[in-house]
Design a protein around this ligand. Structure first.
Ligand SMILES: [Zn+2]
Length: 375
């Protein structure tokens, strides 16, 4: 009997230790990483400034505003619609820490779905963080989930019905920010975040809005720009210039029957020019091998090299992989080309973004060289 009590106490202690460690790691996921405001940031707002109902919820998120030296047009850049797609998030961080607007205004939301940053996708084995080395030490960033944390929105329905169109999707898509636009005042938290972002676009008369993503290398829409029909002129001008710079990119029209997405609903429900962009992230793919921080950062994966040789992918994939530098470089160069294309077509509303490294500089020097030291 005494032995049993001792065994039971030992197991109880082990269980408590496990609960303490996992609880601590879960709470740590709610801690936001530091983003250092560069000298170009003139104002910091919250999404709840545009939709007060979000105040105090995990859906509220920071908006960095960069007013230009000269007046002009306005651009919105969203990173972190899907927090398991780090090139979008890191491109937004790079803009906040480095960009200087010579003309116009830039709004940047690095954590578009803030709640989705506070957990990971179950059973995907994703790393919780990735670390970027800078000359002044390491910077750690969250690798989150594709969808809103169930702790903030639960339960999922069996079928998700997109409110504005009646489109039916799988129930878990109810927590996907990029299926909830234009959003609803009394909707789920995800729909309310969508509503807040749509309000920002309307109230600030955002001229051009860009949503940054990544997808697995076997996904057909990759290294691509998806443009609303009103965005086609500017997107095609930017795509041609990207090709001339040696950056292969395809241009896809936003499907009219796929509803709830940024490139469709921002274009239909506001006056903005709506564009979504995708780069290749092997860490999201179904063919990937070990899923760790290294895969997120280097984008190197033997299985994908094999899949490319068998002609199964939509992007070239060799031993060099697709490092985060390359993916962020693609997004940032595309943003710059879109701003240039917009400014050439609307010369009374220029958007001129300075202070950013060009594609080759970023590849040579690494992302860490452009991240600010933590004070
Ligand atoms: Zn995505």
């Amino acid at each position: 009997m005494r032995n049993k009590k001792i065994t039971a106490s030992i197991f109880l202690c082990i269980a408590l230790i496990c609960a303490f460690i996992s609880g601590k790691s879960y709470l740590a996921m709610h801690e936001e990483e530091i983003i250092v405001e560069g000298s170009g940031v003139t104002e910091q707002k919250m999404l709840s400034d545009y939709f007060p109902k979000l105040k105090g919820t995990n859906g509220d998120t920071k908006i960095y505003v960069l007013h230009g030296k000269k007046p002009g047009g306005s651009m919105l850049v969203l990173g972190g619609t899907h927090p398991n797609e780090p090139s979008g998030f890191m491109s937004a961080v790079m803009l906040v820490e480095n960009a200087e607007l010579d003309a116009g205004t830039l709004y940047v939301i690095p954590r578009a779905n803030n709640s989705a940053f506070t957990h990971n996708d179950p059973q995907e084995g994703s790393p919780q963080y990735f670390t970027i080395k800078t000359p002044d030490g390491d910077r750690k960033f969250r690798y989150g989930s594709r969808a809103t944390n169930p702790i903030d929105q639960w339960p999922d329905p069996d079928v998700y019905i997109h409110a504005a169109s009646g489109q039916k999707l799988s129930g878990s898509e109810t927590r996907n920010l990029n299926r909830g636009y234009p959003g609803r005042v009394d909707g789920t938290l995800t729909e309310q975040v969508c509503y807040g972002i749509t309000e920002l676009i309307k109230k600030e008369n955002v001229d051009i809005a860009i949503d940054l993503h990544e997808a697995s290398p076997e996904y057909p829409v990759i290294n691509a720009m998806v443009a609303h029909e009103r965005a086609m002129g500017i997107a095609s001008q930017a795509a041609i210039n990207l090709q001339l710079e040696g950056i292969q990119i395809s241009l896809e029209p936003s499907p009219t029957n796929l509803r709830g997405l940024t490139h469709r609903e921002w274009g239909d429900y506001t006056d903005t020019i709506a564009i979504l962009m995708e780069t290749a992230n092997a860490a999201q793919g179904r063919l990937r091998g070990r899923t760790d921080e290294d895969l997120v950062l280097t984008g190197k994966d033997k299985s994908y090299v094999k899949a490319a040789k068998l002609g199964r992918l939509f992007v070239p994939f060799d031993e060099d992989g697709h490092p985060l530098e390359e993916r962020v470089g693609r997004h940032l160069t595309s943003i710059n080309e879109l701003a240039k294309a917009y400014s050439s077509q609307f010369d009374d509303r220029p958007i001129v973004i300075g202070g950013m490294p060009v594609f080759n500089e970023l590849q040579e020097n690494g992302l860490g060289n452009y991240l600010s030291p933590l004070k």
